[in-house]
Design a binder for this molecule. Structure first.
Ligand code: ADP
Ligand code: MG
Length: 265
């Protein structure tokens, strides 16, 4: 069976992704320091086309900062990030908008435009950034709202929707842009427990039935176990351990991983 960099047997993964020379996301020696505090310390991570990676770790371990570096919301202090072999670190301002087309992000807060309907929220990026016609954008938006079970709420504005419904619209909006990579930063953490399930179901469907590449920061261990091809555990700005979900959950190798998993069970 094919082996990837960290020696995982790919044939045991849930998806057919193609490891090799060209990961979709290549993070090399990524460092980020805020004033004098190192937050990311030599992070190295490759993610392959179609792979679902779940990132776990205690609060403050640098998970959001890593996603924000990938999405060009933070500038790394040192190191390189490549998306589809294209270096994004050190990109000029004009390039940043072009490069961001490759990346979709779903945040903890449901940052939809409050004055626009769900449909308009899913259309606006397609029209403004991808320069699609309104008609084309509308068709795609309805398709994606349908996929997340929100087609019947297309004309509702965010304040008329529950947090879980807003988050499903946010997912539809990200998917409608057809990015090369979808990044999720604790998408269910701000939701009431009864709404978490619907959002996870949408993400699960996207992961298992689509061909998306996803990096998901979450504390939802059930989701990680069922859906992830690989689990990455971070602490103190470093990747402490990674591997198949069952291996990391049932046989963690590092003391810090054991402690973390013990604390959340
Ligand atoms: P996580 O998402 O794993 O909880 P973060 O990436 O949000 O961790 O934060 C990692 C560390 O970096 C924390 O100690 C946080 O306080 C710090 N940090 C994050 N953003 C900033 C910032 N803009 N300025 C200063 N410190 C920051
Ligand atoms: Mg965070």
């Amino acid at each position: 069976a094919a082996k990837i960099a960290y020696d995982q047997d790919v044939s045991r993964s849930k998806h057919h992704f193609v490891p090799g020379e060209h990961p979709v996301v290549r993070i090399e020696h990524l460092n980020k320091t805020f004033t004098d505090t190192p937050v990311l310390r030599d992070v190295n991570l490759n993610v392959w086309n179609g792979e679902i990676v779940v990132v776990l770790g205690p609060s403050g371990s640098g998970k959001s900062t890593m996603l924000r570096c990938i999405n060009l919301l933070e500038t790394p202090t040192a190191g390189h990030i490549l998306i589809d072999d294209e270096e994004i670190t050190g990109a000029s301002k004009t390039n940043v908008n072009e490069l961001r087309k490759n990346l979709g992000m779903v945040f903890q807060g449901f940052n939809l435009f409050p004055h626009m309907t769900a449909l308009e929220n899913v259309m606006v990026g397609q029209v403004k950034v991808l320069k699609k016609s309104k008609e084309e954008a509308r068709v795609e938006a309805m398709k994606q709202l349908e996929a997340v079970g929100m087609a019947d709420r297309a004309d509702f504005k965010p304040p008329q929707l529950s947090g879980g419904q807003q988050q499903r619209v946010a997912i539809a909006r990200a998917v409608a842009m057809h990015p090369k990579v979808l990044l999720f930063d604790e998408p269910t953490s701000a939701l009431d427990p009864e709404l978490v399930r619907d959002v996870l179901a949408v993400m699960r469907d996207l992961a298992l039935n689509g061909d998306m590449t996803m990096i998901v920061v979450t504390h939802e261990m059930g989701f990680a176990r069922d859906v992830a091809d690989r689990v990455v555990f971070m602490e103190g700005g470093v990747v402490v351990e990674q591997g198949l979900p069952d291996e990391v959950f049932d046989h963690p190798q590092q003391e810090r991983t054991k402690e973390f998993l013990g604390s959340i069970r």
